[in-house]
Design a binder for this molecule. Structure first.
Ligand code: XMP
Length: 515
């Protein structure tokens, strides 16, 4: 889709912090995109970015397979900021061998001693705390660079090129521990690159509407609504752009939460006035999924079944040329990132394109946005707040929350337990305190006692996490009294469950979903 005119290119060399750079810049209303270091430069030159950031890497520039700098980008004449590996790469490209293994790996907080004020370091205090994480250091700085700050351990902490707009920092300005990091990125983006910070939810909507109109022409678009915020925002933008050339389908796949299909369909039709068809395909999905236990198999079957339903809905209407999806930026990053920590862990079924046979092109207007940004766009579009603040819900739904063999009975058990948990979170004012809450049905039966009877029933795990974008998460410290009350209700009210546990794992190393 269209790219905002004023933007910053972030080149990814595999560091786990690369995304944080993007997030920090976007907080300043600056549009930026992350691309792998070896991206085809033609892809990122329209329009040419106003600045480039070379991000960090777990590699050493001296490794034989070290990711390199495409030096042609220097010819664009736009400011460059190298961060950690990015800085070392700038030095190494000019003088091979100028970077070497440090005697002592530097990790953690350090104090910046400023040698030249202003510029990149404008309004940064002497002795400001910065966060270091590197095993190599620059032994010999090319003479075209000048040191503008050092630390007790690192003679080169920040540099500038003496003639060109090229800068580098050895520390990580993007992490929260570097308190002056925001100021440094702000200085780079506004003062050095000359950006104005004009990228807002409303400018985003206007740009997308224009791009969608241009792309779609007189053709028709099918939008698969999932009941979540992302696809709803997508459908609303497209509806604004092309009116009833859009048709939406909301599928009951038998894997939705209790009561969800009718509640959400109502909102689509009555509140948002979207042209939507509700399709009950639960039997199709369940007949294909019953007895399947492997998570990736479940995802594949669900993905294929969705496509089958969409194809049936389109029939032989040849005007349908596009399928709209609510793909988000973290999904995109996970699938393009260079050998980073984001190597594919689970296949998120809404990324990666459609099977050839469907012959539809994808429209993904929010694929450059993080979840919180999609929510801001949704508010700007007038979608009701209670809908905007819904927790994320995975495309494969409860299918990946019944661990092991799927069956209608197990799904119903989970639906009932889940409903109690979510209702109680809402009633106790805790729903908006957590990023996502869910119940998981475990394929484990255990012994219990109810009245005078011995029971041998299933276990439900409750999970609630806090997070900013779902990429990392911590388990939510919900009050014991609350958990005790929910556990009591589930065991008393859901026949077939006699044990409730609470998941206290963070991501990483665990993930949010159990499958
Ligand atoms: P994990 O479990 O990977 O989840 O920590 C991160 C976020 O992604 C959601 N998720 C999915 N969403 N299709 C989706 O559309 C999927 O297959 C899928 N798997 C996980 C998950 O709910 C969480 O918000």
């Amino acid at each position: 889709m269209s790219r905002h005119n004023e933007w910053i290119l972030i080149l990814d060399y595999g560091s786990q912090f690369t995304q944080l750079i993007a997030r920090r810049l976007r907080e300043f209303n600056i549009y930026c995109e992350i691309h792998p270091y070896n991206v085809d430069l033609k892809e990122v030159s329209k329009p040419v970015p106003k600045g480039i950031i070379l991000a960090g890497s777990p590699k050493s520039v001296n490794d034989t397979d070290a990711p390199h700098l495409q030096t042609e980008i220097k010819e664009w004449g736009v400011p460059i900021l190298g961060v950690c590996y990015g800085l070392q790469l700038l030095a190494h490209t000019e003088i091979p061998g100028s970077v070497e293994k440090a005697e002592k790996r530097e990790f953690g907080r350090a104090h910046l001693i400023i040698d030249e004020e202003g510029g990149l370091l404008k309004d940064v205090d002497d002795q400001a705390v910065v966060w270091m994480s590197h095993g190599d250091h620059i032994k010999e700085l090319p003479s075209s660079y000048k040191i503008i700050a050092h630390t007790n351990n690192a003679s080169v902490a920040a540099v500038r090129h003496t003639e060109e707009q090229i800068y580098g920092v050895q520390f990580h300005p993007e992490v929260a521990h570097t308190a002056c990091g925001k100021q440094i990125l702000h200085n780079f983006a506004f003062d050095i690159c000359g950006l104005s910070g004009d990228w807002t939810a409303s400018s985003f909507i206007d740009e997308q509407i224009e791009a969608i109109r241009e792309k779609v022409g007189n053709d028709k678009v099918l939008c698969a609504l999932s009941g979540g915020v992302d696809s709803t925002v997508v459908a609303t933008i497209i509806h604004k752009a092309i009116g009833d050339q859009l048709e939406c389908v909301f599928v009951d796949n038998g894997l939705l939460r209790k009561g969800e299909f009718n509640e959400v369909l109502d909102l689509y039709i009555k509140d948002l006035k979207l042209p939507v068809r509700g399709v009950d395909a639960s039997e199709l999905f369940l007949s294909r999924l019953t007895g399947v236990s492997d998570p990736e198999k479940k995802r594949k079957i669900i993905g294929v079944s969705f496509i089958d339903v969409f194809e049936k809905e389109i029939g032989d209407d040849a005007d349908f040329k596009y399928l709209a999806q609510g793909t988000l930026y973290p999904d995109v990053i996970e699938s393009i990132s260079f050998k980073g920590p984001s190597a594919t862990i689970k296949s998120h079924h809404n990324v990666g394109g459609l099977p050839e046979k469907m012959k539809l092109d994808l429209i993904e207007p929010v694929r450059e946005l993080f979840k919180d940004e999609v929510r801001d766009v949704g508010r700007e579009l007038g979608i009701p707040e209670h809908f905007i603040s819904r927790h994320p819900f995975p495309g494969p739904g409860l299918g990946i929350r019944v661990i092991g063999d799927l069956s209608k009975e197990r799904l119903d058990l989970l639906r009932n337990a889940d409903r109690i948990f979510i209702d109680e979170l809402k009633d106790n004012g805790l729903y908006d305190e957590v990023w996502q809450a869910l119940a998981v049905l475990l394929p484990v039966q255990s012994v219990g006692v109810m009245g005078d009877e011995r029971t041998y029933e299933f276990t439900v795990a409750l999970r609630a996490v806090t997070s900013i974008d779902g990429m990392t998460a911590d388990w939510a410290h919900l009050p014991y009294e609350f958990l005790s009350h929910v556990s009591g209700r589930i065991i008393n009210e859901v026949k077939g469950i006699n044990r409730v546990v609470y998941d206290i794992s963070s991501k990483p190393p665990a993930t949010i979903e159990w499958e």
